[in-house]
Design a binder for this molecule. Sequence first.
Ligand SMILES: Nc1ncnc2c1ncn2[C@@H]1O[C@H](COP(=O)(O)OP(=O)(O)OP(=O)(O)O)[C@@H](O)[C@H]1O
Ligand SMILES: [Mg+2]
Length: 271
Amino acid sequence: MENLQARNSNIIEVFGLTKKFGDFVAVDNISFTVGRGEIFAFLGPNGAGKTTSIRMMTTLLAPSKGAILLNGINPWENQDAARKSFGIVFQDPSLDEELTTYENMEFHGILYRIPKEVRKKRMEELLRIVELWDRKNSLVKTFSGGMKRRLEIARGLLHHPKILFLDEPTLGLDPQTRNHIWTYIKNLNKTEQITIFFTTHYMEEAENVARQVAIIDHGKIIAQATPSKLMAKTRTKTLEKAFLKLTGDTIREETANAIDNLRLQRRIHNR
Ligand SMILES: Nc1ncnc2c1ncn2[C@@H]1O[C@H](COP(=O)(O)OP(=O)(O)OP(=O)(O)O)[C@@H](O)[C@H]1O
Ligand SMILES: [Mg+2]
């Protein structure tokens, strides 16, 4: 097994992955590989199927069809081993706001059965990296958005995962905080050889950080290459322009519907 893993330079392999919700195909027969130690951006407009794909890869949602291998493990045959091999930062915040920084970390460490002494050491190391060690005893509800995101990243790394999934890690953060977060992530990628699989709507982040990019639209992967190859192929000078050329400039119907629904609900609520 070890030999097989060592020989295999791809840490993530996805083949024919599909998810249907009723008749609607949210993820449509996607295949890709991610090299060990790579920083991989999974890009796509709203509703393209990014979060749904990540949920299937991280044992949270059963695929309708297809195969996944994470670090040589089939997550659907061996959920525990698969979960040990990755950390995840969800698109929606998932901290317990009524607990302190330290308690949020501790809770995660206990869930992953990390021995107490190892846990203590690793918690301090990670909280120092994301510059929250001084705030270890503060309640999370007193934190800014950027501090919460940094804590979620530190928590996702507590059990020494080989892969870190980040679903829009910098959503809604100011440019300074986004820069800091990417600096931590790039350092972790280098010092701990963690493979990074992330989504973002900030194309300049992907252009600066990612070695490989896959673009998904309406559930299908429509392009996969390095940022510079995507720009060359579309004859554009920025990844954002390449992205728009590949995916078009219309707002996704699904998103428009979701926003309409929100407006409608708000109107009903405010009546
Ligand atoms: N549980 C569900 N039931 C029905 N439809 C769903 C469900 N989860 C997701 N979808 C639909 O699947 C599609 C893909 O959603 P997903 O959340 O994967 O998109 P995304 O690429 O992550 O978008 P965003 O950039 O807005 O986060 C959307 O049309 C969404 O409405
Ligand atoms: Mg999403």
